[in-house]
Write a protein of this length. Structure first.
Length: 319
């Protein structure tokens, strides 16, 4: 789906024309939202986006992690690419090649050739002395403010980004446990359950962005159905070591199939059967989702996806 096509369609249609962009999976939502924002399309997001998925929230959380876990390499590396200290990829590679093993020491050494890093180090060192005595939200907020966090976030993500950061600090305050590690654990649980609220200006938007599931029972004048190259059976990582199927009769034992072991490269016949049943079920669900998405449009529908051109033939990706 080209975000510019959505923008052009919105401009060419009447103000009362309803437009919806329907997605098969939620994990693509942030990418489409970014593309639409860059194209100048204001959208209303149903179900919202998890607050933890916003880049400004990820960066602010890494401040809290670095304060609590000074040897967390990921947190320290992430701080170099945060809005308040945006170092180029070349600098990140240079720091990674420094001789110390841990990233905090790498960054300390790198500050000799990149003095702008010293401001980050000074802020974190000062805040580290207060960890365990002051609430984690207050210490994290002080570092953020000392690094001109609000101004830097506003420049990168707008006023909405600043509001997200302030909400993050409110959440961090609400889960305070008195022990930094326990507070972090509670914070991560809270962030997984919270969605960013709609921006006030979204109430006037006529372009809705949502999953196909959320669109059940709704209709729109124009529907965009992108990502038709979605592969419902594509999975990352190895196959599960076993598959389990509960039979309709509750008095019967479930059917279990064991996958291949080290001695044999072949799984049990029951495993192959259960895998085939599982795949057929998932393909059937994908077809139902496609039908729901197609039937939400009252006047026009735009469908898009990535295909391969073989001579004069269009070949879709395998499932």
């Amino acid at each position: 789906m080209a975000a510019n096509t959505v923008a052009r369609t919105e401009a060419e249609t009447e103000p009362d024309t309803s437009i919806a962009i329907l997605l098969f999976t939620r994990n693509r939502l942030p990418y489409y939202l970014d593309a639409l924002t860059q194209a100048g399309v204001s959208v209303r997001v149903k179900e919202g986006i998890k607050i933890a998925e916003y880049q400004e929230i990820k960066s602010l959380r890494q401040i809290a992690v670095a304060l609590c876990r000074p040897h967390d390499d990921m947190a320290w590396a992430a701080l170099l690419r945060s809005p308040w200290l945006w170092m180029g990829a070349d600098v990140l590679l240079e720091v990674g090649r420094e001789s110390p093993v841990d990233w905090r020491s790498k960054i300390v050494d790198a500050a000799q050739s990149h003095p702008e890093i010293n401001r980050l180090l000074d802020a974190v060192r000062s805040a580290r002395r207060r960890i365990g005595r002051d609430p984690l939200w207050k210490v994290t907020s002080s570092v953020w403010m000392e690094l001109d966090g609000p101004e830097k976030v506003a420049a990168c993500f707008g006023t909405g980004g600043v509001e997200n950061c302030r909400r993050f600090l409110e959440i961090l305050e609400s889960v305070e446990q008195g022990m930094p590690e326990e507070t972090l654990a509670k914070l991560d649980i809270a962030l997984e359950r919270l969605y960013a609220p709609d921006r006030p200006q979204s109430a006037k938007c006529r372009v809705d962005l949502m999953t196909v599931h959320a669109a059940k029972g709704l209709e729109f004048d124009i529907v965009f159905l992108p990502f038709l190259d979605w592969r419902p059976l594509a999975r990352a990582g190895p196959s599960p070591p076993y598959l389990l199927e509960r039979l309709p009769d509750k008095d019967r034992h479930p059917l279990i199939g064991m996958g291949p072991d080290r001695r044999s490269a072949e799984p049990e016949p029951a495993y192959r059967l259960l895998k085939e049943l599982q795949e057929k079920r998932e393909i059937g669900e994908a077809k139902r989702l496609f039908y729901v998405g197609m039937t939400r449009a009252k006047r026009r529908i735009f469908m898009s996806g990535i295909v391969q051109l073989t001579g004069e033939r269009i070949v879709a990706q395998k499932r």
